[in-house]
Design a protein around this ligand. Structure first.
Ligand code: NDP
Length: 337
């Protein structure tokens, strides 16, 4: 049983010493347990937070502990009622080949999953995050303008496509011309601006002639800086993530703009609301699942996935994800070897 464990807490970007691949015996399932074999492992930005012991909404992975993560797994053997060998499940069994489970937090994947890995993306946590954050906090009205960065990732791409379904103008922000072209041509965004372009701020302002009513915040940093002056009175900011800051070791150089920001929020009556998807919206999951699977089936929402073979490649793939090396949702095909 190959397992990737947290060897040391990273300072800044994770290095080759952060995670370690270990070989251990395959565990056996006891009474009321089942043995799961991982097929796909999801890579998500929040995992950087679990490597750190700074206070957060969830406890960190212990040093020597298996890295946490959402997985699609096959039941190899079951002594647990409701699950049988051969079933596929959505579980949280982490960065390893095999895990024993008592069924807590495990759901069976129904036959509707033509692409099982999509349960880790558009039809799972990231899709749910986009749907709930946008519709419940952003609450956009037809004709309003939505801006979203990480626009081709599983959250951002879904936010933008829901925005189009709701009749909004959607401005994406992504890293590089290829991603931007995809957001406009394939996902149907009205515009997409490359945040690496020298004149990024000007381009963003031009693409938002009526200002921005909903800024779905995924990244922070210079994208946030460029968006704030464009926010309209009564704008809503679902505060979902700040991925540009996850490897940061200190606050950026001054001047301190905290009071300027608070002044903007006050004068424009902006609503900023942080959320942690299952803590805040877990009760709405069935509603999401029904609506999103219909949209995906009807082709109204598209999904791009990047499957990387081999658990041994997970660490490098994760470091790359935080830097935008991914183009679409990154998953590891653990079952490929
Ligand atoms: P993505 O697959 O989109 O990966 C992150 C992307 O962030 C990169 O691909 C890159 O895209 C972009 N990025 C990285 N660094 C920067 C930077 N300095 N400036 C601008 N963009 C940058 O991730 P997800 O769709 O899975 O997640 C999106 C966000 O949602 C994350 O912040 C994540 O933490 C958050 N999240 C929050 C949840 C919650 O409950 N609050 C639940 C799930 C996700 P590009 O190359 O286009 O710049």
């Amino acid at each position: 049983n190959r397992q990737i464990v947290l060897a040391e807490r990273p300072k800044g970007e994770p290095t080759q010493n952060t995670l370690k691949l270990e070989e251990n015996a395959v565990p056996t399932a006891g009474e009321n347990q089942m043995l799961l074999r991982t097929e796909y492992l999801s890579l998500d930005p929040y995992m950087r937070g679990r490597m750190s012991d700074a206070p957060s909404y969830a406890p960190p992975v212990e040093i020597g502990g298996v890295m946490v993560g959402g997985t699609v797994a096959e039941v190899v053997e079951s002594k647990l009622e409701g699950f049988s060998a051969g079933d596929y499940v959505l579980s949280f069994s982490g960065w390893q080949d095999y895990a024993v489970s008592d069924g807590t937090g495990v759901t069976k994947l129904g036959k509707e999953f033509e692409h099982r890995s999509w349960a880790l993306g558009i039809l799972g946590m990231p899709g749910f995050t986009a749907w709930a954050g946008l519709t419940k906090i952003g609450a956009p009205k037809a004709g309003e303008t939505i801006a979203v960065a990480a626009a081709t990732g599983p959250v951002g791409a879904t936010v933008g496509q829901i925005g189009k379904i709701l009749g909004c103008r959607v401005v994406g922000i992504a890293g590089g011309p290829e991603k931007c072209e995809y957001a406009v041509k394939e996902l149907g965004f009205d515009a997409c601006i490359d945040h690496k372009a020298a004149d990024f701020e000007e381009q963003l302002a031009k693409a938002s002639p009526d200002g921005i009513d909903v800024y779905f915040e995924n990244v922070g940093g210079k994208v946030l800086d460029a968006v704030i002056p464009l926010l309209n009175p009564n704008a809503r900011v679902p505060l979902c993530g700040l991925v540009s800051q996850y490897n940061a070791t200190e606050l950026p150089e001054g001047p301190d703009r905290m009071n300027w920001l608070m002044g903007q929020i006050l004068r424009k009556k902006i609503k900023v609301q942080g959320f942690i998807i299952f803590d805040d919206f877990g009760h709405l999951y069935p509603e999401f699942a029904k609506e999103m699977s219909a949209w995906v089936e009807e082709g109204k929402v598209k999904y791009r996935e990047e499957v990387i073979d081999g658990l041994e490649n997970a660490s490098a793939a994760f470091v790359g994800l935080l830097k935008g090396e991914n183009f679409g949702k990154r998953v590891i095909n653990v079952g490929s070897n």
